[in-house]
Design a protein around this ligand. Structure first.
Ligand SMILES: [Zn+2]
Length: 324
């Protein structure tokens, strides 16, 4: 079991992660954002100031580290994350991996398949190279692998990405973090990991709070992965009231050791900005959601599980405690 996690400034003892938000973004842009000449362009200085402000906000709320699971095809900027981390002393874990077929950049890999390449093997090698040698010439290493599905069925391309990620995770002993759309296909994701013999506790099914279907949540818990309630504050896709109610049902059934939390905030969004959203901020969970959970019966121990113990166990690959 690994004792350290690779952050953008180097290895960190997993025991030092402390309260961790499992899914926030320093910089993200959808592929093609730079084809819009009328979209504003960021100045590096302004980006740094925003990142420092967001980190100060998280630190004030008690957060001690974060994962930025931006895949390589969504304008991941790992060198900037390293600059931010160096400037603030705040640990950030970046990702290798690729996004889903609908929104990601997959033309290269499709062409590799058409011209006789072993796509799964080549993709796995790509992930492993980044995880072990760093991204490009930067030497900055990701510490997690990101994969994603869409809202319909899992596509052939996504199956290739999941198979490659599974190979890379087994080779490098880093965990996998996923994206789901609309709170569906989490069980399909678990099945793909199982096909590749990845222990379920090495993966987290992300954005599971995109649905309020408790039976679905419970099947994910029983499937043995971590379950991400990682879009708090993003009221456009679900309400926090719903997320809290769903989380409380899982906690009541003894699944507090399976949950990881975050907001999926994007601090520097490339392209035209989103409409403002006052609840979508990285202190939302600690400041507003914890009191809601406690009012519904959650204890300090449950909160410690989701913020501190579960992220530590997820990166360390420790076996899951029994439910309840
Ligand atoms: Zn995200």
């Amino acid at each position: 079991m690994p004792a350290t996690v690779e952050t953008v400034t180097g290895p960190l003892s997993i025991d030092l992660l402390g309260a961790t938000l499992i899914h926030e973004h320093v910089v993200t842009g959808m592929p093609g954002w730079d084809t819009d000449p009328n979209a504003p362009r960021w100045k590096r200085h302004d980006m740094m100031q925003i990142a420092k402000d967001k980190i100060a906000e998280m630190q004030d709320a008690g957060i001690r580290s974060m994962v930025d699971p931006c895949p390589s095809d969504l304008a991941r900027d790992i060198e900037f994350s390293a600059e931010v981390s160096q400037a603030t002393g705040f640990p950030i874990v970046a990702a290798a991996g690729l996004y889903n077929e609908y929104f990601g950049l997959n033309a290269y890999w499709k062409m590799r398949g058409m011209t006789g390449g072993d796509v799964v093997q080549e993709m796995a090698e790509a992930f492993i190279t980044e995880l072990t040698a760093g991204v490009g010439a930067s030497g900055v290493r990701p510490g997690i692998i990101k994969v994603a599905t869409g809202s319909g069925a899992v596509t052939d391309y996504e199956r290739q990405v999941f198979a490659a990620a599974t190979l890379a995770a087994l080779e490098t002993d880093v965990p996998i973090i996923t994206h789901t759309d609309d709170g569906v296909l989490g069980e399909d994701q678990q099945a793909m990991f199982a096909e590749g013999n990845l222990p379920a506790n090495r993966a987290m099914v992300g954005h599971s709070c995109g649905t309020n279907d408790h039976d679905y949540h419970w099947r994910l818990v029983e499937g043995g992965t971590y379950v991400g309630f990682d879009r708090f504050g993003l009221e456009a896709v679900n309400s926090d009231q719903n997320r809290v109610e769903s989380m409380l049902k899982l906690i009541e059934r003894g699944a507090s050791t399976r949950l990881l939390v975050a907001h999926d905030t994007v601090w520097c969004w490339l392209g035209r900005p989103f409409p403002p959203n006052a609840t979508w901020r990285p202190s939302r969970f600690c400041q507003d959601i914890v009191p809601m959970l406690k009012a519904g019966g959650a204890t300090d121990e449950h909160i410690d599980h989701v913020l501190v113990q579960n992220p530590r166990r997820y990166f360390a690959g420790e076996p899951l405690p029994a439910l309840g």
